[in-house]
Design a protein. Sequence first.
Length: 478
Amino acid sequence: MEHFPLLVEQATAAAGQHTVLSPFDRQPIATVDTANSQHVEQALSNAYRLFRDRDSWLAIDQRIEILEKLAVLIDSHHEHLSLESAREGGKPLLDSRVEVSRGLDGVKLAIEALRKDGGSMPMVNGAAGSRHHLAFTTREPIGVVVAVSAFNHPFNLIIHQVIPAVASGCPVIVKPAGDTPLSCMRIIQMLHQAGLPPAWAQAMVTAETSHATQLVTDSRVGFFSFIGSSKVGWMLKSKLAAGTRCALEHGGVAPVIVHEDADIEQTIQSLAKGGYYHAGQVCVSVQRVYAHKSVFQQLAKGLANAANAMKVGDPTSPTTEVGPLIRPAELERIHSWVEEAVKGGAVLAAGGKAISETCYPPTLLLNPAEDAKVSTEEVFGPVVCLYEFDEMDQAINRANSLPVAFQAAVFGKDMEKILRCYKRLDASAVMVNQHTAFRVDGMPFAGLRQSGIGVGGIEHTIAEMQIEKMMVIRSEQL
């Protein structure tokens, strides 16, 4: 069984060891050293010393060279990285391969961003009083980046938090989820192999929650990147030191509106993928589907058939479509929410019965109550709720009824209706004839209201982690 040490430069002996379990069979797959308060201080001291020493900053060409070498390493170890991600996180191997490919794309996007955006030339001589002036800007790192990540995409989330920091020239310290730290540790190790000095990218699993709080709230942190629950994210934001910028990415309760002229077969395929992909453990997973009454029954039957046909099981099998939930407690919570919905009047059209202590089948609920947990809170599991509507604006109002907002979707052909939904839905992105979990790694990705703050996407995150610094020159020759 592989062991991963603390990735903190000049670290003392580890506080202990954390055993990583497979979410499928709960068997140990690796061990990871854990950090204490002294390790947190050492990591922060290492990173801040680098940032304060401007002579030690990595030049753009050095960063590009490191990222190019990292891309080669990821590509050459693609299958191993995919299998490791599937084993620790439970995402089926089929989708884990896609995740690693997306991570590779993310590295390439960072390289492209460095090559095309070095600053700008603001107009400063447009008035008589500013004649003979010229200005230009360059981009500088904002400071030490601390990233706290979630379990559900153990490879690509780390890419989205760490690689922009490296590209920006920021020292970065990352704390992965305790359930899925292996992909993170592997990425940091590969960065070091690619030539990044170890203190520029450090990683740790903390022994106690207080150590993570110590890491995040330190005044030496210039930027805090968080992916996870809204409760934890907003709490940590409230404790940040003055001047620390942050980006928070939480979940939503992704709404979908299906109009009467939608291509139902295509809609069924898309919603089944978007709702049951990675057992619904996706922050923009399809959860609330509002279908026009004229297509409700056809959609319900088709989605139920699609759910029942999916293969649930071992995520390392190339034929598995839906893997396990991350922990038994999550299955118990989700099942209790399904039972509550059924007792409240919902029709159970598919699933609803545990297969094992962590495997739950794709589940479809018809018309659960508006105040049921599955209607008001993020399920983060393989549960899709289908509701019937008469009028489009009624569906839009129901979709907008919660204090969270992320991505939404509309299915149909009538462009007037599609545009009305686009304009009126509370969402940072509206997919048309595509499920809510659609994402490519260069596009802006942002939670609104309680769903987060800041904009994700490789290029956008790089910009967030930098300052644009201006020089103004006065000369009679200008």
